[in-house]
Design a protein around this ligand. Structure first.
Ligand SMILES: [Zn+2]
Ligand SMILES: [Zn+2]
Length: 418
């Protein structure tokens, strides 16, 4: 128990929480400093309320920020299995946690655990957002937004008074012109105002995503699964194969969805579902999507090494660097001769999982394998390896014109055997 808390406390020692704390400290200091001149708390009852609100927003934001980290998203126990062994056929297996993934649970590669109703991994709290801490995260964003609006108004009005002080005094507007800015405090105001406006815009975007997730009871990951389910049916119907429609099982209506987030009535594993659905409606769809993904997988053999850098301008050149994938997935190191199971192809990059040697497989079992094995790497480092057994009709999931690229990457790339 003590070790768990110690691990959670270590999550604060990460660039995400450190940046959030630093920015909050900077903005709060500036706000309190200029507010003392602009509207001193001792001046009136309203001024005192304004000051109390500054303190309140800061404290409650810090509380929910800390609780988002400390409470965590809720982890699926390692080696988890459904009560009824027959239900195992409807679930995916997590090799890392050595257990089945409960409905709505996903494995987070950064937390290295399966997370209950995983929404996303947030670098700012250095933890996942999930079943247990979504309400704390929402409150954190909400009060952070209110505090930022208040700070932006106080700093903005104070800056205006401080900068145009002489002009206002010349006009005879001497009442209430009390803000005197030194060069240092003027710079601090400008800096804080820039931060607070930027942070406010980012928070509004995050709030919008969280509100959607809460009122539809649809996490960010589930949103992707639903989109893929729609595409799967569309693609199948276009070739004359009809698949039964997919009914998202967890949308119980806006009010119940909101209650489910703020006062959870379930254990994060068994969820209330819509009529006509069951606990495994979603996981069956996920399994079907996985089968399709496996069918799209192609094996590539590396013909050159890749550094695993995000901007490999020195080793791979300008175009590979400029056209890097817009995703925060890891970049993997590969060496000449390595095999990679590729599932996504872009013009200059491939996404896949490196095939491990027997020694590496042993290390992985002992959790001693370092570095990522799944991620992006430059496409010019590998060529597709064709298998006699591969069906001729299969196509690779491409986001750009693959055929053109095959010729561009040179004669080393063999034409597919048909
Ligand atoms: Zn897992
Ligand atoms: Zn995580």
């Amino acid at each position: 128990m003590f070790c768990d808390w110690l691990n959670e406390l270590q999550r604060f020692l990460h660039w995400g929480p450190v940046i959030v704390f630093s920015l909050m400290t900077c903005v709060t200091w500036t706000t309190v400093h200029v507010n003392a001149m602009w509207w001193p708390p001792a001046e009136s009852f309203n001024a005192a309320i304004n000051f109390v609100l500054i303190v309140f927003f800061n404290l409650i934001t810090l509380y929910h920020f800390s609780m988002s980290i400390l409470v965590g998203p809720g982890l699926l126990p390692k080696h988890w299995r459904p009560e009824n062994p027959e239900d195992e056929q409807f679930l995916q297996f997590c090799k890392v946690c050595d257990g089945y993934k409960a409905p709505r649970a996903h494995h987070c590669r950064r937390c290295k655990r399966c997370v209950l109703r995983m929404d996303h991994h947030c670098p700012w709290i250095n933890n996942c957002i999930g079943w247990a801490n979504q309400a704390n995260f929402f409150y954190f964003l909400f009060f952070f937004m209110l505090g930022s609006i208040q700070s932006a108004l106080i700093i903005g009005f104070s800056c205006y008074e401080g900068i145009y002080r002489r002009a206002l005094l010349k006009q005879g507007d001497t009442d209430g012109i009390r803000v005197v800015l030194t060069l240092r405090s003027a710079m601090a105001c400008m800096y804080s105002l820039g931060i607070v406006v930027g942070v406010l815009l980012a928070t509004l975007k995050l709030m919008q995503l969280q509100i959607k997730a809460i009122i539809w009871n649809l996490s960010e990951i589930e949103g992707w699964i639903v989109k893929k389910a729609e595409y799967r049916r569309y693609a199948s119907s276009s070739i004359g194969i009809a698949i039964p429609t997919f009914d998202y099982p967890y949308d119980m209506g806006v009010w119940r969805n909101i209650l489910e987030t703020f006062t959870p009535s379930n254990d994060g594993i068994n969820w209330p579902v819509r009529p006509g659905c069951d606990q495994y409606t979603m996981t069956r769809e996920q399994l079907a999507q996985k089968v399709q993904k496996r069918a799209r997988t192609r094996t590539y053999r590396c013909i050159a090494s890749a550094t695993g850098y995000w901007l490999p301008i020195l080793s791979q050149g300008l175009m590979v660097t400029i056209c890097m994938p817009c995703a925060d997935d890891p970049r993997i190191v590969v060496h000449k001769g390595d095999l990679v199971q590729v599932t996504r192809v872009q013009e200059y990059w491939l996404y896949g999982e490196r095939v491990l040697s027997k020694r590496e497989q042993k290390l992985q079992k002992k959790h001693q394998l370092k570095g990522h094995i799944r991620g992006w790497f430059p496409r010019c480092c590998a060529v597709e390896q064709f298998d006699e057994d591969q069906s001729a009709g299969d196509t690779v999931d491409v986001t750009h014109n693959t055929d053109q690229k095959k010729t561009k990457t040179g004669s080393k790339i063999k034409k597919r055997k048909t």
